[in-house]
Write a protein that binds this ligand. Structure first.
Ligand SMILES: [Zn+2]
Length: 337
């Protein structure tokens, strides 16, 4: 989990793809095609003390349903909206979470042993502690071994409850990651042909969630894209403009920024603008950029899939985008209709 200025959505989304705590159980390979269980409905677990008036779930579901309608149903997907009010409820939910992770093909350890093992993992015990102390953490997690599943965990969902817009926004963002991960081999490095780069994951999810929020009438997409340049919007500080003045040598496909404290500017913000470039300058259909090209990644790798669908190589794209993004706000905003 990256620590970035704690502004609303950052708590929900920053570092989510990076935060990956799979619990290896057996030797069944991950399914990079993501068709593991295309019929499973997402399951929401809500701790006692939350959702008294139903709005927490309603506003989460508004984003989740939009995203499923757009990307298709991938899963199993479990959503955990947790809070500190009832320890008993939280512990019961974690037990149920452990049960979703039981590998049915394994007789040894037994199902009950697998449950206990999960609950006693140091990172799980620490997460339960965070929940009970009201700490806001979380993001997307997935398994890389059988059973393959995806989880969106919010340790303190009280913030989400009070902010319907960010709640919906976060649900949209995370589900784009579910779709992405279903088409990647996440056991591979992000530089690998079978996995996507961080800018593709975070940039495209930042773009899509803002665009879908606009489609839902909840934010103004063009204002948001401009704010990513000016202030950094709900991602982090500083925004793109200030970052570019201070940093001449950034590269979208450099995967080391997670460790250098620059991931928000490069992967989320410049990544969102890179997505905008593909759609509004290269004139590639939005659904191709956000969705269709991913389908070819497992078969032909991301470089070939990118070139096939975007009409230019990744190398050409990086060069063109570098020139494009260094223009002024006025020059750049004309790409939007
Ligand atoms: Zn994300």
């Amino acid at each position: 989990m990256k620590t970035i200025a704690p502004i609303a959505i950052a708590l929900l989304v920053v570092g989510c793809v990076e935060k990956n705590s799979p619990q290896p159980q057996e030797d069944t390979p991950a399914d990079p095609n993501g068709e593991v269980n295309a019929t499973a409905e997402p399951v929401l677990f809500v701790a006692n003390g939350l959702n008294a008036d139903g709005s927490l779930v309603k506003n989460y579901h508004r984003g989740l349903q939009y995203a499923i309608d757009y990307f298709g149903n991938y899963g199993p997907y479990y959503v955990y909206l947790l809070g500190p009010d009832s320890e008993q409820s939280v512990r019961e939910i974690y037990r149920q979470r452990a049960m979703t992770r039981i590998n049915p093909g394994s007789r040894f350890p037994t199902a009950e042993e697998q449950v206990e093992k999960f609950l006693n993992l140091p990172n799980v015990a620490a997460e339960i502690k965070s929940v009970l102390s009201g700490k806001a953490e979380g993001g997307l997690t997935w398994t890389q071994e059988s059973p393959i599943l995806y989880e969106d965990v919010t340790t303190n969902a009280k913030g989400r409850e009070k902010d319907p817009v960010e709640n919906t926004w976060g649900a949209l963002h995370e589900y784009h990651h579910v779709f992405q991960m279903a088409h990647c081999d996440t056991k591979q490095e992000r530089t690998s042909e079978k996995n996507i780069n961080s800018w593709m994951a975070e940039g495209m999810a930042t773009y899509s969630s803002a665009k879908f929020m606009d489609n839902l009438g909840l934010v103004d997409f063009q204002d948001y894209m401009l704010e990513l340049r000016k202030s950094g919007a709900n991602i982090a500080r500083p925004g793109i403009n200030e970052f570019l003045i201070a940093t001449q040598d950034w590269q979208l496909d450099n995967e080391s920024y997670w460790d250098q404290g620059r991931s928000a500017q490069v992967y989320y913000m410049l990544g969102a603008w890179a997505t905008a470039y593909l759609i509004h300058v290269q004139n590639i259909d939005e659904s191709v950029v956000l969705k269709k090209w991913y389908h070819d990644i497992p078969q032909i790798g991301k470089s070939a899939a990118f070139e096939k669908h975007m009409g230019l190589s990744l190398a050409e794209f990086y060069q063109k985008f570098d020139t494009f993004i260094r223009q002024t706000d006025d020059e750049i905003m004309v790409i939007f209709p």
